[in-house]
Write a protein that binds this ligand. Sequence first.
Ligand code: SIN
Length: 486
Amino acid sequence: MLNTQLANTELFQQAAFIDGAFVQAASCKNIEVRNPANDELIGFVPNCDAHETRQAIDSAQQAQKHWAKRAAIERANILLNWYDLIMSAQEDLACLLTAEQGKPLPEARGEIAYGASFIRWFAEECRRASGQIIPTFQNDKRLLVMRQPIGVVGAITPWNFPNAMITRKVAPALAAGCAVVLKPAAQTPYSALALAVLAQQAGLPAGLFSVVTGDAAPIGNELTSNPIVRKLTFTGSTAVGAKLYAACAPTIKKVSLELGGNAPFIVFDDADIDAAVEGGLIAKFRNNGQTCVCANRIYVQAGIYDAFLQKLTARLAKEKTGNGFEAGVAFGPLIDQAALEKVEEHIADAVAKGAKVELGGKRHQLGGTFFEPTVLSNSLDTMLIAREETFGPVAPIFRFESEEEVIKRANDSEYGLASYFYSKDLARCFRVSEALDYGMVGVNSGIISTEVAPFGGVKLSGIGREGASTGLEEFEELKYVCMGGI
Ligand code: SIN
C-alpha cells in the first residue's frame, strides 16, 4: 500500500543497511511494522542482533579512518547533497513518517524540514571547527589544541520523531568526522532506512552510516559494550537512559542522553492571554502530546485562570483527531496501547483527587489508540499527572497566586528539560528565565526547537546538548599538543 503512495518506491526499504548494503538478518527473523492509526501491516524489517551490530561497528571503524582525513569542505559537500536530496523527497519521507508514526501529514512534512535543517547546519559548522593556540607557559614551547573526531558512534533513537532525532545525532557526528551505527525505534524503522538510501545517493561512503533494525536489547548491549564504539547518543526515557549510561561505564564511553521531561508552562496575570493559549496549544499538543518538551503542567495565575481555561478549551474543541493522512486532522493516534493506558491512568488519578474534565477525557470514538484532546481544571501538585510525564493529549491546568510560589512549584521536579512562561513584564522575563531549573526556557513562545540553539536538559532529563555550534563538540575529543624546542 505504501508503495503506491510514494513517488520514489526505492525509499521504502524492508532491510537493514550495513556497510553500504541492504541486508537481511542472519537469523532470518523479521519484525512487523504497523500503522498506529489503523493497525494495518506496513511491512517487515530484519530482527538483527549482536552479529549484525558487530558487522556494522567493524565497517564503521574502517570507514571512519578515511572519513576523518577528508577535508571539512568535502564532508560538508556530501552533507549538503544529502540535505538537498531529503528536501526533494520531502513528500515521500513525510508519507513514510505518517504511516509508521501516525502524526498528521503537514506535521510530518514539518519534521522532514526540521530534520534536514540539522544536516545543513552541521555541514556549515564543520568548516568552522577551529582548534586553539594557547599562550605558552615556557618560551621554548608552543601549545596547540586540536579538535578530532571521537571515532565510532552508537545512536539509539525514538519513535516520536523518526526522522529529526536521527539527523540531529548523525549530522554532527558525520560532520565531525565520525561514523555512526544507528538503532532506530522498532516502531519506526522506515524513516531511518529512507535516510540511509538518500545518504548513499548523496555520496556518503559505505560503513559511515549503518542502520541496524530489530529489538533493543541485543543491539543496545553490543553498542554499549563494544570497545570500538567511543560515544553513545540516545534519546528516550530516563529509565532506559540510566541503564545505557551504566552499560557504557566499563568501556568509559562519552555519552549524550536526551531523556524525559515534565515541562511547566506558566501564564502570568500580565500575559497576552490569546498568545498564551496559542503557545499552550503547540507546547502541549504538538505530536499529540508525545514530545519530551511537551508542556506537562500548565500553571495559570488566579486573575486570568477562568479566562485562560475557557479560551483554551474552546480553541481545542475545534481541532480534529483522525488518521494523519486525512485533510484537516490536527491530532493523530497515540503510538500504542501502553501509551493510551498511561493517559487513562493519569486522568483517572486526577479526577479521583478532584480534577474536573472540561473537555475530552476518554478514548476517541474512532477506537484504536485514538484519544480525545483533554483539558482538566482544578489540577493539583499531588496528582500523578503533575509528577510524571503523561506523553499524551492531556492539558492539566493548575492555579497559582504569586511568582515566588509558581517558581518553587515549577522547579519541584526531578526533570529539567523544557519550561515555558508567558509575561509582558521584561524584568520578570529575565528573573523567571534565570530562576527556572531547566535546560531550555520558552518565553512568550510555545515552540523552542531549532537547529541553531542547544537542545538538552539538566537533572534526570539528561546530559549533553544537541544542535547549535556546541553540538559538534559532543562528537569530538580535544587533543593537546605541547611542542618543545622552539
Ligand atoms: C523530543 O521530543 O525529544 C524532541 C522534540 C523536539 O526536537 O522538539
